[in-house]
Write a protein that binds this ligand. Structure first.
Ligand code: NAD
Length: 358
């Protein structure tokens, strides 16, 4: 696939108008691009941004915790563009017909501070999380892995499967969820994508013969989805669901046996599986592997763990990629978001002239 160029300037919309990508338009963009191509190009964009890690301002996300979940802000900037995502994580939202994870985001130009795009990011988060997981697995999973267990078959699951199929050629999926209807939904959706996943009755059965284990469950407590003796040598674990203080999926003994790879260490120490380990336990930031500074998997027997929590640069890359896709289209909603008086200092006069028109 040719390297994608994201530097193409966009036609400038009028100053007061900000392109808004709604859920409907995001779905159109993904389907017109093709889900697999979208995932591959998004993974490439994230990988390229991880390669220039030092050009980004990086902060752990700002989290507001409550009894039922968390609301988070995830900002970053590369000095030219600034991005921020608003995202929640409410594991029990499904009971009232809501998403566990819902999000939207803003991309702005740094030199004026003006937003250049606002987008839904619920779908985009599922796509970027899956693209990041598969991108990490390219460096960490055993060579030629074809079989992945997916534990937790909710909103993120199919995206994970398709990203691993697209980037690594994984084509055997073994599903387990405590709610059988989630696994059935996931299997139906994956069958439409030409896959034949198997639904299993326990996590132990699901991980049999799996070279890759993805855990993507939602629970607002320390859960133990995998215990130590379930994980054989050579396995790659893609741990996605534990992403908050007090919310983990793996028994700590697994962590002690694994080579651990993280996105942004200060944030993962607070939110990831490694919150269960002493703060000096060695981990490697993934960008160091991508840049060749560290090896990813070093042997066929090693257990590798991608302790995914989701980092702001992935959202920055995702928004930048979506903006790139918008370059040849006006298929967005123009939001009248920014006041644009004839004289920038005459904001009040603009209001008075509007009154005269009422
Ligand atoms: P979801 O609520 O749609 O699905 C979660 C599924 O997990 C449900 O089907 C539930 O029945 C299942 N589950 C719960 N406990 C289980 C257990 N013990 N064993 C097996 N299955 C179990 O949620 P989602 O949107 O798919 O998100 C899943 C998790 O991933 C959430 O915790 C979310 O916060 C996290 N997440 C992480 C990232 C990241 O970047 N790391 C991004 C998005 C979501």
């Amino acid at each position: 696939m040719p390297a994608i160029q994201l530097a193409v300037p966009l036609p400038t919309p009028p100053l007061n108008v900000v392109p808004f990508v709604s859920v409907e338009r995001m779905m159109r963009l993904v389907l017109q691009t093709g889900i697999e191509r979208f995932l591959a190009e998004l993974a490439e964009t994230i990988e390229n941004d991880f390669r220039r890690w030092n050009s980004f301002e990086k902060h752990s996300r700002l989290a507001a915790h409550s009894r039922d979940g968390v609301i988070e802000l995830m900002p970053t900037s590369d000095g030219e563009l600034y991005a921020v995502k608003y995202v929640n994580g409410h594991p029990y939202n499904g009971r009232s017909g809501r998403q566990t994870v819902a999000a939207f985001g803003v991309l702005s130009e740094v030199w004026t501070g003006y937003p250049v795009m606002i987008s839904e990011m619920t779908l985009l988060t599922a796509l970027r999380t899956a693209a990041t997981s598969a991108m990490a697995a390219k460096y960490l999973a055993p060579q030629g892995a074809r079989t992945m267990a997916i534990i937790g078959n909710g909103a993120q699951a199919e995206f994970q499967a398709l990203a691993f199929k697209t980037l690594l050629g994984v084509d055997q999926f073994r599903l387990f969820d405590i709610d059988a209807s989630a696994s059935e939904k996931c299997a139906r959706n994956l069958a439409k994508a030409g896959l034949s996943p198997k639904i299993l009755r326990s996590p132990e059965e699901a991980i049999e013969h799996a070279q890759i284990i993805t855990t993507v469950t939602a629970d607002k407590q320390m859960a133990t989805i995998l215990i130590d003796n379930m994980v054989g040598p050579g396995t790659h674990i893609n741990a996605v669901g534990g992403d908050c203080p007090g919310k983990t999926e793996l028994h700590p003994d697994i962590l002690r046996r694994s080579g651990i790879f993280v996105e942004f260490e200060p944030q993962t120490r607070i939110e990831g599986e490694i919150q269960q380990l002493p703060s000096d336990h060695a981990v490697v930031e993934l960008h160091r592997v991508i840049s060749g500074e560290y090896l990813g998997r070093t042997s066929g027997n090693e257990i590798t763990l991608f302790d995914s929590v989701g980092f702001a640069i992935e959202d920055f890359s995702a928004l930048r990629y979506v903006r790139h896709l918008l370059r040849d289209t006006t298929d967005y909603e123009p939001l009248d978001l920014l006041a644009d008086p004839d004289d920038p200092r005459d904001l009040f006069g603009m209001l008075m002239r509007a009154e005269a028109r009422l």
